[in-house]
Design a protein around this ligand. Structure first.
Ligand SMILES: *Cc1c(COP(=O)(O)O)cnc(C)c1O
Length: 409
């Protein structure tokens, strides 16, 4: 069991609230956001214990999102790679094609309870935005999505989906024109519209309450996985290795949450960027320093003056200079191990997995598969690896086609 000190609110586990140490996270926010953040914090602390709200959440997880998502053995990949048995939790089968739907659905349910008619959110790969637009349509909320102009160009299918769902897309042309700027712009908008509008942060980042709501929502993934492991193995396999890509860290947090007090091993895979470039989006595995980004203290890619540094990755979903305070904590306590994989390795992993198996991971989880492919041969056949295949490759079809010459789904 990890040492959990008094400090910033941690996430729920087995419906208990844990706390963790004071170095990361926080609420570095403008004065005008203090009240809306306090209100949201109070509302959520009530809702997360409210039986009717939990019933409603579980109902929509099952009847709208389609939980539980499949858990499958990748027999061909296991045979090809050798060593440990490789499994996948196919979260990309969730409605919409990625784990972001859990957080988006919970935020819409909260917005309803708060009596808000408008919802705003940020998006990088476009999945957070697509899912928020879907959930907003489902729950009759008016939706606005902030998205970097560079990401709008490279994630076209998700942009189309958002428009079809009736969301207004606000192109963000400041800074690197990617996720980091979209989050900043979205928070700026919320400052002046918080009376009528609820804000959804698309990952386990931002002021504490957003970290918490997001991890609480995605932890459904590990709840399901525990049941599925017991069905397959009769128990949770010893020292099971749970491999997940990390951008902001919401899929990894969801994949690991319920395993925190077991002997499961956590491996987080960051985006190493292009092979021949110094740029990356891997603050934890590249020794980045602590800084403040989007209202919270965390390890963050930065320059010598402490300005937010440039990042680069083939995967828009991982292209973010910061990382969830929860992962900073898991790194410092050595509860999780963080590595990085470069663009080429991720593409190769996509190629191998989609050739051998009937799943087609997007470029984000392809980073996790690349790590699994490197790791498995060093292990025994009795070892079990599970990769969270948290997104579907459809949104990446243009990039994959141009880099590999073909696309399989
Ligand atoms: C957004 C996204 C990510 C990265 O975000 P996390 O919060 O780290 O999960 C990874 N994979 C997919 C498919 C995504 O859409």
């Amino acid at each position: 069991m990890m040492q959990i000190k008094k400090g910033i609110p941690f996430i729920d586990q087995h419906n208990k609230e844990y706390l963790y140490g004071g170095k990361f996270g926080g609420n570095f926010i403008p004065e005008t956001l203090k009240k809306p953040i306090d209100d949201l914090t109070k509302l959520f602390s009530k809702l997360r214990k409210n039986k009717n709200f939990l019933k409603e959440r579980d109902y929509y997880f099952k009847n709208y999102i389609g939980s539980p998502t499949p858990f499958i053995k990748l027999e061909n990949l296991t045979k090809h790679v050798g060593g440990a048995q490789i499994y996948a939790k196919v979260v990309s089968e969730a409605n919409g094609g990625a784990h972001k739907i859990y957080n988006a659905t919970v935020h819409c349910l909260i917005a309803k309870k708060a009596g808000k008619k408008f919802i705003v959110g940020d998006t990088g790969a476009g999945y957070a935005g697509k899912m928020l637009s879907m959930a907003a349509k489902k729950f009759n909320l008016k939706c606005k999505i902030f998205m970097g102009a560079k990401d709008i160009k490279r994630q076209r299918p998700n942009v189309e989906a958002m428009k079809k769902n009736g969301a207004v897309i606000v192109p963000v042309k400041t800074g690197s024109q990617t996720l980091v700027d979209a989050v900043s712009e979205c928070m700026r908008y919320w400052v002046s519209n918080c009376d009528t509008t609820h804000m959804c942060v698309g990952s386990t980042v931002g002021p504490n309450i957003f970290v918490k709501i997001c991890a609480w929502s995605t932890s459904q993934i590990s709840r399901e996985l525990i049941v599925q492991l017991k069905e397959e193995f009769g128990k949770i396999p010893k020292k099971i290795k749970l491999i997940n890509c990390v951008g902001g860290g919401s899929s990894a947090m969801g994949f690991w949450n319920e395993f925190i007090d077991t002997d499961a091993e956590f491996y987080g895979v960051e985006a190493g960027g292009p092979k021949k470039s110094k740029l990356h989006a891997a603050p934890l595995s590249n020794g980045s320093k602590i800084g403040i980004l989007h209202g919270a203290a965390q390890y963050v890619v930065q320059d010598k003056e402490g300005q937010i540094g440039s990042t680069e990755s083939i995967s828009a979903g991982l292209d973010y200079p910061g990382i969830s305070p929860l992962h900073c904590f898991l790194k410092d306590t050595k509860r999780a191990i963080y590595t990085s994989v470069n663009d080429e390795e991720a593409l190769n992993a996509y190629r191998l997995v989609s050739k051998l198996e009937n799943i087609s991971p997007s470029l984000e989880p392809s980073h996790a598969f690349a790590e699994a492919i490197k790791f498995a041969p060093k292990l025994k056949r009795s070892d079990v690896i599970v990769v969270n295949s948290c997104g579907d490759s459809l949104k990446d079809k243009d990039i994959i086609k141009s880099r590999l010459g073909y696309y399989i789904r």
